[in-house]
Ligand binder design. Structure first.
Ligand code: SAJ
Length: 439
């Protein structure tokens, strides 16, 4: 009965939707449901973020096409309201949980925010509520953490007094609204009926496939899709190191390997950053507990995390080979964001490189056209430097005036961590050029 009534209210958009966590996942999803006519109540622990949203402003940084206008519209029309108290979502029929789920230094999930949200929600939610965790979580989290906390604090039973599932988000910075609408999603319910209801809910805002599954499958798919990418990148990086050792060119090797059907060797490079790929493999590994000796996934993480240090070693070797005294050396690092054409510096490989080199040389200067405070003229910034290390494949770096840079550098060394510069061009400009993956 509870489920049937909820289904009716979802279909006729009478269901009230609560969203816990109004960050780069929660706010776009709250605004998207509001846009199609649901009354949405958002809850966030940051009062200033809540105040901004209620003033119709979007606190998400970076370029997110359509998001600011959408937030302004749905707030102005009264479909989206934000608050800091869970009492405001006591009347909600559906609750989406979009809080951070980072890993700690020991690579274990840090569920402080998730546990707090479940504790508060359990004490406030009404009978018959559908609770969906959209945050990326380790396999087993719904069953071992979310369900027990909600049942204990609400006094109800999942599947009968309230309904519970996981539907991991697949948003990407710069494409939040587009991905929300166009990316398929796994609707993992603790019961088949719940999964079916989740599909009916998301069908209101998602145009892509919505696949019914159980909760652990939804948890596995999201963490696996990102662990898969991390392992693929690690393989490319390991082949790059082999190519350096045997005098090969990984970029040509990759092109020729990928001519073979069903080969899709990824891009080697200066490392793997961001908010997803460095974290999600650890969530997948954690889910295995001590039942399975997980070896490949941690090794891939180690390989990728070592790439910035490999770049630093390449730079140090080349500086010494050119007679530069490291403690007097001056280095320019090109790129501080974790990804090309992005201003997002979360888990950026450049951070590892800069911290390492700062212990070894006299001065490390950082440029990034997208990161506030790091913009500038690359030629001017390379003046008097002994090495330039390219860490991010920003388009700007493919248009550098290599002759001018070579002229103003004290020692014209160029280390290319993303194969942005062609070796012939670098050498024609008088640069001592080294590239990841080229022996
Ligand atoms: N990277 C490589 N080699 C590659 C691909 C990426 O070194 O072949 C590096 C990038 O430089 C970056 C890091 O890995 O430092 C992550 O790059 P990414 O392209 O995976 O971008 P992300 O971190 O934004 O990943 C997101 C993920 N999306 C979600 O979690 C919803 C990921 O699943 C997507 O595959 C990826 O976007 C994408 O395809 O754009």
């Amino acid at each position: 009965m509870l489920l049937d009534q909820l289904e009716i209210n979802i279909e006729n958009k009478q269901a009230i939707i609560g969203v816990i966590g109004l960050g780069y996942v929660g706010l776009p999803v709250a605004a998207s449901f509001a846009q199609v006519g649901f009354r949405v109540i958002g809850v966030d622990i940051k009062p200033d973020r809540v105040a901004l949203i209620n003033a119709g402003q979007c606190p998400i940084e970076g370029e997110e096409p359509g998001l600011a206008e959408l937030v302004a519209g749905v707030v102005n029309d009264g479909f989206l309201h934000a608050g800091t108290s869970y009492s405001e979502i006591a009347e909600a029929d559906v609750i989406l949980i979009d809080v951070e789920t980072p890993v700690d230094d020991a690579k274990r999930p840090k569920y402080v925010a998730l546990r707090a949200a479940c504790n508060e929600l359990g004490l406030n939610m009404k009978q018959g509520t559908l609770v969906i965790v959209e945050s990326t979580i380790a396999p087993g989290t719904i069953d071992n953490i979310v369900r027990p906390i909600l049942e204990e604090n609400s006094g109800g039973i999942a599947g009968s007094d309230f309904f519970l599932g996981a539907c991991p988000e697949r948003v990407m910075p710069g494409k939040l609204l587009k991905n929300l609408r166009m990316m398929s999603r796994v609707c993992g319910g603790t019961t088949p009926e719940t999964a079916n209801l989740m599909v009916k809910l998301y069908r209101q805002i998602v145009e892509a496939d919505l696949d019914e599954a159980d909760a652990v499958t939804a948890e596995l798919v999201k963490t696996t899709e990102n662990a898969y990418r991390d392992v693929q990148i690690a393989f490319a990086n390991e082949v790059a190191l082999i190519c350096e050792a045997v005098g090969g060119d990984v970029w040509r090797v990759r092109d020729l390997v990928n001519k073979v059907p069903s080969r899709q060797m990824h891009l080697p490079g200066a490392g793997v950053g961001g908010h997803c790929i460095p974290k999600d493999p650890w969530l997948l590994a954690y889910g295995a507990g001590d039942k399975v000796p997980v070896r490949l996934i941690p090794q891939a993480r180690t390989i990728n995390d070592n790439m910035p240090l490999h770049l630093a070693e390449m730079a140090q070797q080349t500086l010494i080979a050119h007679g530069v005294n490291l403690p007097e050396a001056r280095i320019l690092v090109l790129g501080y964001a974790y990804l090309e054409e992005s201003d997002d510096i979360r888990n950026s490989p450049s951070t590892i490189l800069v911290n390492h080199l700062s212990q070894k040389v006299d001065q490390v200067i950082v440029h990034d056209p997208w990161v506030y405070g790091l913009q500038g003229d690359v030629t001017e910034m390379s003046s008097g430097c002994d090495a330039v290390i390219l860490m991010v494949g920003h388009r700007l770096y493919s248009q550098l005036d290599l002759n001018a840079i070579s002229t103003v550098m004290r020692t014209p060394i160029f280390i290319d961590g993303r194969h942005v510069i062609e070796e012939a061009d670098a050498k024609a400009a008088g640069l001592a050029y080294r590239c990841i993956g080229k022996g």
